[in-house]
Design a protein around this ligand. Sequence first.
Ligand SMILES: [Zn+2]
Length: 161
Amino acid sequence: MFAQASDSDFIAFNISFQNKFQQNQNLQSLSKVSPIGKIWDKHRTNTDKVLHYYAKADEHYFQQYAWRMKICSELLKFQLVLQESEGILKLKLSDAQFCRVRHCPVCQWRRSLMWKARAYKILPQVVTDYPKYRWLFVTLTVKNCQIEELRENLDLILSDN
Ligand SMILES: [Zn+2]
């Protein structure tokens, strides 16, 4: 199965098994096949918005970012996988090419999924190793400073003192 993201924020889905070269025929929206398609649509739409900013830039490397983002997740290959716990078939992404541009919304989303999966994988071991520890969510920040004081403030944050 193949799904294709077009230029127009649209992810199409091709159910043709016989000939992958007929991808442009019988296209359906991925979001009509699976609820996950809506998530792809949302992130792909945001990628198109960001790439247009890069494309307008005068610097060549920003235009290269735009090109890479344009072909990011253009072709998505899914496999039907049996979800044994639920007894149903689910679509699982099996192949895709991503641009890996730092500010690409699709790649940022995929990266966050990877870090979430890594955290969930290691959690049982952390709980086993530290059974008496409690979880604490901490956000550390400092008051905004003047731009002229930025280096000094960063040095303070990063110093060992
Ligand atoms: Zn990307």
